[in-house]
Design a binder for this molecule. Structure first.
Ligand code: MRU
Length: 345
């Protein structure tokens, strides 16, 4: 099986996550517009995977650019960067990857355009490689936080489908399982798009990690039974004070976890930390198509023409987070100080 995203013959191949688990279909992307459309439509999703896809999108834009001279090339690239940046608003990894690619291009403006193109492809592949390593480090740090036999609740999909490696929060679960720690996972289905049921359950099953699937509204009673030892989730953006945007439903898990005195961890690479934003109030929250709420797989589940709310993410206040697992270690309160200190590593 191919990984979630692969660079092959100067094209980007990605598994269509909208079709999972029913069908495993790979889609070939030859230009940046196709990549941007795939990010928007959730063909590819999950913050780190979006970052890798965007970097490869920039590389495709460079390869397909017509101009041989710097001024024309940079004009074409700025256009591509704008389209990619507009594909989704919340996961900061998208902007992080686009900024990194743009900076590299500008730094080498003195070089022939043909050489800059090669550098951009190399950089996109480096971003992918780094993500694989980052995932492995986070898994190691995170796996030290849980005891043998733990039951751990998670939400959304944070595994190989959401990253270039084994995943963020999922990577921790995977490492615990591989270490023989006999964990049990409780996966929340994650309405409205069902990343938990469709994608996480698919990955847990493939990796033979024992788990149970629940609907999101079952989290309270399951925690009240005293069987949950910890909650772990990914992140789409972490602000300077530790407030964390993640898939809708994460916030209520954090509140429940605090109520039942269960540790609640976030696991994310440093590329998800946005020190430019002071608090979660400044994070742009994506509002998606109302049909995600009124329909399931195209079948109406609510009356026609009604109004809905459909924020794709929520923000968990830093005070509810027991620790943020990163590739630089587990960051604890006070987050304002410790996130900044570790950013220099
Ligand atoms: O809308 P999605 O599926 O892109 O949302 C994904 C999430 O919220 C993940 O939990 C987050 O990106 C962390 S993934 C490693």
């Amino acid at each position: 099986m191919l990984p979630t995203i692969a660079w092959k013959n100067n094209k980007v191949i990605m598994i269509d996550q909208r079709k999972l688990p029913a069908k495993e279909i790979y889609v070939t992307h030859s230009n940046y517009k196709q990549v941007a459309a795939s990010i928007k439509s959730l063909l590819v999703r999950g913050a780190p995977a979006i970052g890798v896809a965007a970097a490869m999108g920039v590389a495709l834009a460079a390869l397909r650019a017509n101009s041989k001279k710097w001024t024309g090339f940079v004009r074409e690239m700025k256009q591509a960067l704008a389209v990619l940046r507009a594909s989704r608003p919340t996961a900061v990894n998208l902007f992080w990857a686009c900024d990194r690619m743009e900076k590299l291009m500008l730094r080498y403006s003195f070089m022939p355009v043909a050489d800059i193109k090669k550098l951009l492809v190399k950089e996109a592949l480096l971003i992918e490689k780094e993500d694989i390593k980052t995932n492995a480090r986070m898994a190691e740090y995170g796996s030290k936080l849980f005891k043998k036999g733990s039951t751990i609740m998670t939400i959304c999909n944070t595994g190989a489908l959401a990253t270039a490696g084994i995943g963020t929060a999922f990577g921790v679960l995977h490492r615990l399982h591989k270490k023989g720690m006999k964990i049990n996972v409780i996966a929340c289905e994650t309405r409205p798009v069902l990343q938990g049921a469709r994608l996480t359950a698919w990955e847990l099953k493939k990796n033979k990690i024992p788990f149970r699937l629940i609907t999101d509204n079952m989290a309270g009673i399951i925690m009240s039974r005293g069987i949950v030892d910890g909650v772990i989730a990914g992140a789409d953006r972490i602000t300077a004070n530790g407030d964390t945007a993640n898939k809708i439903g994460t916030y209520q898990l954090a509140i429940l976890a605090r109520h039942f005195r269960i540790p609640f961890y976030i696991c994310a690479p440093y590329s998800t930390v946005d020190l430019k934003l002071k608090s979660g109030k400044q994070i742009p929250i994506e509002e998606r198509n109302p049909e995600e709420v009124t329909h399931i797989f195209g079948v109406p589940t609510a009356p026609k023409g009604i109004k809905v709310y459909n924020p794709a993410f929520d923000v968990t206040e830093n005070r509810l987070i027991s620790g943020i697992i990163t590739e630089r270690g587990v960051i604890r309160q006070p987050y304002s100080k410790n996130l900044r200190l570790n950013s220099k590593k």
